[in-house]
Design a protein around this ligand. Structure first.
Ligand SMILES: [Zn+2]
Ligand SMILES: [Zn+2]
Length: 264
């Protein structure tokens, strides 16, 4: 039992030692580059006039560090289950070549997008909202540090299914799980960046309109009830929950006047 405890502590610390610096460097780097270094240059692409207070940034950072600790705790479960032979599919998938490698990454990201959309809608309607999702929405005006500013329960719900269950059910090479984590940190931080960085078409829409943008998620923080999606705009459009002014607000943030409807 003692050996198991020491093992678990070692796995936890090792994961903290890897994931925490990645998170701190990335979120801190995005904040420093966009908000400090290029703040003046990017001024036209700032989504909101107001800037969050240093106190908000500090609080978000501390809650994000706690979420990283939860992610590391999930890794104890994954490592111990792997030792017990719970993930034969991951070892098998590693031999299936590059096509499956990239297909399994796409599948995992699309699967997580669907999961987050429905979990997110449920959290907003649930009587558990105050326990699960309130912390994230205390950031009315998000910053790069908002990305993992979660209540404890939300951090667990965001992590456990894809870190622990998915590789047991879907053949997913371990390297894909790491890329999946990197994608999550990258996209999630940029969704809360406070600046609209994606390229816009002449008609004012994003080039890749099927991907969520910082403006898309910023509208969710500003007016909960719309834009629940994480990575793709599909679910919000299929379910009619995309903010009706999304493209107008996007065009404004991206510095492109939206195309006017043709007049007779
Ligand atoms: Zn929400
Ligand atoms: Zn958010």
């Amino acid at each position: 039992m003692d050996k198991l405890f020491i093992d678990a502590a070692r796995i936890w610390l090792l994961n903290i030692a890897i994931v925490l610096p990645v998170y701190v460097i990335f979120a801190g780097g995005v904040w420093f580059v966009l908000w400090v270094l290029l703040g003046r240059v990017l001024r036209p692409r700032k989504i909101r006039e107001a800037t969050p207070t240093p106190r908000q940034l500090r609080t978000e950072f501390l809650y994000s560090v706690r979420s990283v600790a939860i992610f590391a705790t999930a890794s104890i479960g994954v490592t111990l289950l792997a030792r017990a032979g719970a993930y034969p599919l991951s070892d098998l998938a590693a031999t299936w070549g590059p096509v499956w490698f990239w297909a399994s990454l796409a599948l995992m990201i699309v699967g997580q997008d669907a999961y987050i959309y429905w979990l997110h809608r449920w959290m907003h309607r649930s009587r558990w909202y105050r326990m699960l999702h309130r912390r994230h929405h205390l950031s009315h005006n998000p910053s790069p540090f908002t990305a993992y500013s979660f209540d404890l329960g939300e951090a667990v719900l965001m992590t456990a299914p894809f870190a622990i269950l998915w590789p047991a059910i879907v053949p997913t090479p371990w390297a894909v799980s790491l890329l999946f984590l990197a994608h999550q940190i990258f996209r999630n931080t940029l969704l809360h960046a406070g600046y609209e960085l994606t390229p816009a078409r002449a008609d004012g829409r994003p080039w890749f309109d099927w991907l969520t943008t910082s403006t898309h998620h910023d509208l969710h923080h500003g007016e909960a009830g719309y834009n629940y999606a994480a990575w793709f705009t599909w679910w919000d459009r299929w379910m009619g929950t995309e903010h009706p002014e999304y493209h107008v607000r996007y065009a404004r943030a991206a510095g492109v006047a939206p195309a006017r409807a043709p007049t007779a």
